[in-house]
Design a protein around this ligand. Structure first.
Ligand SMILES: NC(=O)c1ccc[n+]([C@@H]2O[C@H](COP(=O)([O-])OP(=O)(O)OC[C@H]3O[C@@H](n4cnc5c(N)ncnc54)[C@H](OP(=O)(O)O)[C@@H]3O)[C@@H](O)[C@H]2O)c1
Length: 300
């Protein structure tokens, strides 16, 4: 991308650049721009993507290359795939970013991933939205009032807090050095629920129900289960054969699941074992719990 056609004048105190033209970059960029944090540039490896992101974020936003950002802004929000954050940090450092303020939006990393930038006097922090953003439009809807985790300190952490306040969000504090554990919890609560619903639709398919009808039929069940589990402690929300100790029902499920791929059978067994732990907390008889666990752990 030719930097001379897209160069913006640098205003260190106010202007923001977004590194990454994906879902979080676009949605957070648009929200910041609308809420007084003027975004002047968005960078991508691909001009068409950068231009589409710039158009999404706001009228005066320039599409640039990653290497253009240091000469354009000194506040940068890095919203690239987790595995490429280190590479982009290197690129920005090599392109001369010093004394800047940099945030990344990853749930898995602390500030170490931005080491090349820290070494050049940049203040760095992480700002992770604890929300799922499937499209930029959905991000614009869901990020206001979302919960965010901040790691790091100094100017960058202050900027992160300011962004959370602008979005009327909440800040979640986690124990130092526990980001990967925290992020595993987020993945269980979000991605794994999606996979569980997909598995339920596939199993319904094996029972002769088409996917659309299955999704419609399962929706009230899924919604009520999630609502009940979150309204009080999950242990109070648990119902079903494991909670009741219906050993024969569980054995019949395992037979019925012979019709579906092994990965779904394993999923049923693994979540079932955790469900037995929950049922034990609800008072399930230990001998029954052991029999249920034995069934779930037996391969055939
Ligand atoms: N989506 C979510 O639900 C969500 C929620 C919370 C946090 N996050 C975090 O936000 C960050 C961005 O996630 P996202 O969902 O917005 O990702 P995305 O939509 O897949 O976009 C990722 C961006 O990374 C850029 N990128 C730069 N170098 C790359 C490389 N070598 N390989 C692959 N991509 C590269 C791509 O930009 P170009 O190809 O345009 O250069 C792409 O636009 C991640 O750290 C993620 O963990 C995501």
């Amino acid at each position: 991308m030719a930097s001379n056609s897209t160069q913006c004048s640098k205003n260190p105190s106010r202007e923001v650049g977004i590194a990454g033209a994906g879902r979080v970059g676009r949605s957070l960029g648009k929200l910041l721009n609308e809420r007084g944090q003027k975004v002047v540039a968005v960078a991508s490896r691909n001009r068409a993507r950068a231009e589409a992101a710039a158009a999404f974020i706001g009228r005066e936003v320039q599409a640039v290359a990653y290497t253009d950002l240091p000469s354009t802004v000194d506040k940068i929000l890095i919203a690239v795939s987790d595995d490429s954050i280190g590479r982009i940090a290197n690129t920005l450092a090599e392109a001369g970013l010093t004394e800047g303020t940099v945030l990344h939006t990853s749930g898995i990393y602390g500030t170490d991933v931005l080491a090349p930038l820290i070494a050049q006097g940049n203040s760095c922090a992480g700002l992770h939205p604890l929300q799922t953003i499937a499209t930029p439009q959905q991000g614009v809807q869901k990020l206001p009032s979302a919960t965010f985790t901040i790691v790091g300190s100094g100017r960058a952490a202050e900027w992160a807090e300011k962004i959370v306040n602008l979005l009327h969000g909440k800040i979640l504090r986690i124990a130092p050095g526990r980001k990967s554990t925290y992020h595993a919890a987020a993945v269980i609560a979000s991605n794994y629920i999606v996979s569980l619903i997909d598995a339920a639709v596939l199993v319904m398919g094996a029972a002769g129900v088409d996917p659309k009808a299955a999704r419609r039929a399962l929706a009230p069940l899924v919604q009520a289960s999630v609502q009940n589990a979150l309204a009080e402690r999950p242990v109070k929300a648990l119902t079903g054969p494991i909670q009741r100790g219906d050993i024969q029902t569980l054995a019949l499920h395992l037979q019925g699941l012979a019709l579906v791929p092994a990965s779904i059978q394993q999923l049923y067994r693994a979540v079932g074992i955790q469900t037995v732990q929950l049922a034990r907390k609800q008072g399930l008889d230990s001998a029954v719990a052991r029999q249920l666990e034995h069934l779930l752990r037996r391969s055939k």
